[in-house]
Structure formats: structure tokens, C-alpha cells
Design a protein around this ligand. Structure first.
Ligand code: SAH
Ligand code: SF4
Length: 358
């Protein structure tokens, strides 16, 4: 199978260009076409000699993803199910926010694996089991696809572009560290997509070795921890990887991450009715995070197939938030986006898998 261009690092692209007996500066031109002008075909790259375009087309493909299905929510969130070269599927969401200046900001929510090995019982992806890691190009192409759409849609208008990338789609990003990091480097590189590291956030279920490795990286991307519980007994059930990396290891790893990087850690806490939303659990959360420079995102959970894990009622969500704020913990309430279109990552794919098996 030919290679996909987005699977190659900047250095590998330079080496490829040189191996095709082309001057090295062609690598920069090629990268510019792929990552800045967001080309959809080799033919577009008109300032590259035809002979070079033909040679490179023999060696590599430009596209990996095939959009299979698209849904659009009332709040502007667009979600796409993509087909991969081996017939598997992943989903990616583009979320639209209105900023104070009246302009729109766009965040793309990217998948890193097909399925997920962690198996959280409230998560549609977790219920699908794990199939495989995505390659760097499969991760990058999700971003390029939406960047291209925004570019096409905004002809004549200014500033419709991807502002943030969150690795919060299907899969556990830190369980696919090498591919994730290669993708992040290219998305950040001045020769590549050129988005600042600060505009990217990795969300993890709490893989402590990955968090430690991240703390030592030069690029400082944001870190979000999907906490959801404040004691090991409950967290073992909600986020089963807690059995391997319990809170007594996870929270100190976050403190160390802050000490190393100076970057405030975010904690995601989805509220489930009667499970993790009591006043005493809010106090326990405040105790756990005491003195840590962090931010808590309270999420009103998406309803799940699991009867015992249903969203907390609105008044309980507000009381939980108040309890945290009284204790000096900064927290915001995040409404789940795209509720009307199976918002939680994995839900669209779940629906497709069910239909296929019928
Ligand atoms: N695997 C990583 C990133 C992908 S999941 C992680 O777990 O962090 C992205 C976020 O969606 C996580 O915070 C996850 O806990 C949350 N999530 C999954 N299913 C949900 C649901 N039904 N309701 C609310 N949040 C959910
Ligand atoms: Fe995996 Fe995250 Fe879903 Fe848990 S919440 S199963 S870690 S994708």
C-alpha cells in the first residue's frame, strides 16, 4: 500500500524529496500545499514540476479519510463519521463557539484510537471495545478535513479557521502516545499546520506514565484529566484504569506536571445522578485538589445506555458547583455540545455499528 503523506514527519518528507533527486526546498513547498493551502489533489500544486508531482503521487497518497456520514446539531456542532483505509471507522466533531468579539471560534475534537481499551461504563466508545491505534496521519487528517471545510466555507470572510484542537474524541490518547505526539509536532510545526501548542489539549483517563512523559516534553500542550470520582472504589468502576493507576498516584502526577510545566491542569467531572454528585463528594473533590493549580470542568453527563449512570438533575449540578466554588476551586459548567446528534464521541459510530449488525 502506498504511504500517506500525513504519516511522514518533516524530516521524512525532506528525505523523500531528496531520494527523488529533487532540491531540498521542494519539501517546504510540498508541506505548504498539504498543511497551509490544504490541497485536495497533487494536481493543485502547480508550482511543483509535473514530473515531481507524478513521482510523489507514485510514492504517497494525499488523503486517508473518507467521510461516510455527517450530522449537524442545532448549536452548530458538526460530527462526521470517517472511513479508514482498512474499512474501520472513527468520528470527529467540530464545535462552534461565539466569542465576546462576536466572531466564531472553532474547536475540533479529534479521535486517537478506533474504540478504546479503557472501557468506562458510561462511554459509548468504551462499550465498543478496542480495535486499533490510529496512525499519525489518521489523527492529523481529521484536523485538515475540517480546516479545509472552514477555508472553503469562509471564502471572502475573514478568520474562519481552527482555533483549538482537543484530543477528546474516541480512544485514550496517552495509550497511543508516539502517534499522538508525532501528530502534535506536525500540527504545531511552522513547516506544518502551525497551531500553537497552547491551543491543543490532551484529555486522558489518567495514564500516569504518559502524564509523566508529557511533563518532560518541550511543547506544552494542555492536559485534562477525566476524574469523575474522588475515591478509588467508585473510580475503579467508572474509569477502570484507576485499578492500575489509583488516585494516590494520579493526583501527585498532576501536581508534578504543574511543577514541571507551570501549566494549570483541568479536571473533567461528569455528574451522574446519585453516583458522584452529592455534597460530600463535592467536599471530597475540593479536598483532593486542595492547593493544586487547576480548573474543574463539571459536565452534565450525556445519557447513556447504562440505566445506573444517568445525568444528574440541573439543581444538583448547580449545588455541586456552588459547593466547589465556596471551597475556592475554580470550576465551570460545561454543557455537552450537540446533544441532539449523539454528542458524546463514539455515539454516532455506535449507532452505525448497531445498524450494520442488523
Ligand atoms: N479517553 C480520553 C479522551 C476521550 S473521552 C478520556 O477519557 O479523557 C472524552 C471525555 O468525554 C472524557 O472526559 C470522558 O470521560 C467524557 N465522556 C464520555 N462519555 C460521557 C458521557 N456519557 N457523559 C459525559 N461525559 C462523557
Ligand atoms: Fe476510553 Fe475516554 Fe471513553 Fe473511558 S471515557 S472508555 S477512556 S474514550
Amino acid at each position: 500500500m502506498p504511504e500517506f503523506i500525513t504519516n511522514l514527519t518533516v524530516k521524512q518528507i525532506k528525505d523523500l524529496v531528496v531520494s527523488l533527486n529533487e532540491p531540498a526546498y521542494r519539501a517546504k513547498q510540498l508541506l505548504g500545499w498539504v498543511y497551509r493551502k490544504l490541497a485536495v489533489s497533487w494536481d493543485e500544486m502547480t508550482d511543483l514540476p509535473l514530473s515531481f508531482r507524478q513521482k510523489i503521487a507514485d510514492q504517497a497518497n494525499l488523503h486517508i479519510l473518507t467521510p461516510i456520514h455527517e450530522v449537524k446539531a442545532k448549536d452548530g456542532t458538526v460530527k462526521i463519521l470517517f472511513g479508514l483505509p482498512d474499512g474501520k471507522t472513527v468520528e470527529t466533531a467540530l464545535m462552534k463557539f461565539k466569542a465576546v468579539d462576536g466572531k466564531h471560534r472553532y474547536t475540533v475534537c479529534v479521535s486517537t484510537q478506533v474504540g478504546c481499551p479503557i472501557g468506562c461504563p458510561f462511554c459509548a466508545t468504551g462499550q465498543q471495545g478496542f480495535e486499533r491505534n490510529l496512525t499519525p496521519g489518521e489523527i492529523i487528517d481529521q484536523v485538515l478535513y475540517f480546516a479545509r471545510r472552514l477555508q472553503d466555507n469562509s471564502k471572502g470572510r475573514e478568520g474562519e479557521k481552527i482555533d483549538n484542537i482537543v484530543f477528546m474524541g474516541m480512544g485514550e490518547p496517552l495509550a497511543n502516545y508516539d502517534a499522538l505526539w508525532q501528530a502534535i509536532e506536525m500540527l504545531n510545526s511552522k513547516d506544518g499546520f502551525g497551531l500553537s501548542a497552547r491551543s491543543m489539549t490532551i484529555s486522558t483517563s489518567g495514564l500516569v506514565p504518559g502524564i509523566k512523559r508529557l511533563g518532560g516534553e518541550k511543547l506544552q500542550v494542555g492536559l485534562a484529566i477525566s476524574l469523575h470520582a474522588t475515591d478509588d472504589k467508585l473510580r475503579n468502576q467508572l474509569v477502570p484504569v484507576n485499578k492500575k493507576y489509583p488516585l494516590a498516584e494520579l493526583v501527585p502526577a498532576c501536581r508534578e506536571y504543574f511543577a514541571q510545566t507551570g501549566r494549570r491542569v483541568s479536571f473533567e467531572y461528569a455528574l451522574f445522578d446519585g453516583v458522584n454528585d452529592s455534597f460530600s463528594q463535592a467536599q471530597a473533590l475540593a479536598d483532593l485538589l486542595q492547593g493544586l493549580n487547576c480548573h474543574v470542568n463539571l459536565i452534565s453527563a450525556n445519557s447513556t445506555a447504562n440505566q445506573t449512570l444517568q445525568p444528574s438533575p440541573g439543581d444538583r449540578v448547580l449545588s455541586f458547583q456552588q459547593a466547589l466554588q465556596t471551597r475556592g476551586i475554580t470550576c465551570t459548567l460545561r454543557q455537552s455540545r450537540g446533544q441532539d446528534i449523539d454528542a458524546g464521541c463514539g455515539q454516532l459510530r455506535s449507532r452505525f455499528l448497531t445498524q450494520k449488525s442488523r
